[in-house]
Design a protein around this ligand. Structure first.
Ligand SMILES: [Zn+2]
Ligand SMILES: [Zn+2]
Length: 346
């Protein structure tokens, strides 16, 4: 390995230049919405039997299909050589084309963490079935009806860019996935979604991070409702902060993210994210100084220029932060006439 340094018989200091030798190849594919953070990466990983494993699959659009096929062709590979598809999480830009890969002759089984299976499997929750639950929940957060309507339209559009998979097998935390040169541990890192997993090669100090850790963007904590619309089913930012602390403790030389180029220095990236959350929380406490507010009102103060279609993202971001402040005892949530309002504690 070019930049490798032998430490106790284990190569350390893996850089992007070493990836091909480890049988890892990044294939970026276009994503037509800027919120995702640019092109999404699939990673082709060489298996011991000569076939290839795919980490994530991109969107189900002609442009993404073309990029995926071109990426395979560049490596002298074909989609029918895919042995298995591991999904880092159940977002459309990551699972969207899994079915396309299966249909191109691989028939490869698709794996995801049990908590995200419902987002990916045919039998899972449907966006349309969840809409009434989200509409009711957003109304409780103080979001006006026209903003809710704009958000549901945006949601419809997004889900046309992915196809569900007939069967999704569980990718259990603690499982070890062996490839030609890697030994990838499945680490559950809930936050960005309830079932996000990272794949970690402890000896090589490599981390496939999905959208858990990106170099330049803070992953959005998104509102998640339980199957019955239950609020508090999952508190994304609280879960995320805990996962970030666990990630910080890992020894990592190279992060292979879901968007953007591989990068090192994961602890500096995490510290910047934690600092960013602290600042946002200080700002929310300021907004609440003049009295109780709904999450929607707080989101308007934090993001005055957000597009109506981005309302879900900014309200999610706000409620995620309010849940952390509540857990710390800084903020109290009160309900009156079916609306949640938040006020400073004490
Ligand atoms: Zn995502
Ligand atoms: Zn993504």
């Amino acid at each position: 390995m070019s930049a490798g340094v032998a430490v106790g018989g284990v190569e350390a200091g893996v850089t992007e230049a070493d990836l091909a030798e480890l049988g890892v190849h990044r294939i970026p594919m276009p994503v037509p919405f800027p919120q995702a953070g640019g092109a999404v990466n699939a990673y082709l990983v060489e298996e011991r039997d000569g076939r290839v494993l795919l980490v994530d699959a991109g969107l189900d659009t002609p442009e993404a299909h073309a990029a995926l096929e071109a990426g395979f062709a560049r490596l002298g590979r074909r989609l029918d050589e895919v042995s298995r598809i591991l999904l880092t999480h159940g977002h459309i830009d990551h699972y969207g084309a899994a079915r396309f890969v299966q249909e191109r002759g691989s028939g490869a089984p698709v794996y995801a963490h049990p908590a995200d299976v419902a987002k990916v499997a045919e039998s899972g929750w449907r966006w349309r079935e969840q809409v009434p639950l989200f509409v009711a929940h957003l109304a409780r957060l103080g979001v006006p009806a026209d903003a809710i309507a704009a958000q549901t339209r945006e949601g419809e559009r997004g889900f046309g860019l992915a196809r569900r998979v007939a069967e999704v097998r569980p990718l259990e935390p603690g499982t070890v996935v062996e490839t030609r040169a890697l030994r990838l541990e499945v680490l559950h890192m809930p936050g960005h979604t309830p079932g996000l997993v990272c794949l970690y090669d402890r000896a090589r100090r490599l981390l496939f991070s999905g959208d858990h850790l990106l170099e330049r963007i803070s992953p959005n904590p998104l509102i998640e409702l339980g199957p019955d619309g239950r609020d508090g089913y999952f508190r994304p930012l609280l879960a995320y902060l805990d996962s970030l602390r666990r990630t910080r403790a890992l020894d990592v030389d190279l992060v292979l993210p879901g968007h953007g180029r591989p990068f090192g220095g994961h602890r500096a990236v995490i510290d910047a994210l934690l600092g960013f959350v602290e600042k946002r929380q200080a700002r929310i406490r300021d907004v609440l100084r003049d009295g109780p507010h709904t999450a929607y009102e707080v989101s308007r103060a934090l993001f005055p220029v957000a597009r109506p279609g981005d309302g879900f993202l900014v309200v999610s971001e706000t409620i995620g932060n309010l849940e952390v402040l509540e857990a710390r005892g800084d903020v109290v949530r009160e309900e009156a006439a079916g609306i949640f309002r938040h006020r400073l504690a004490g």
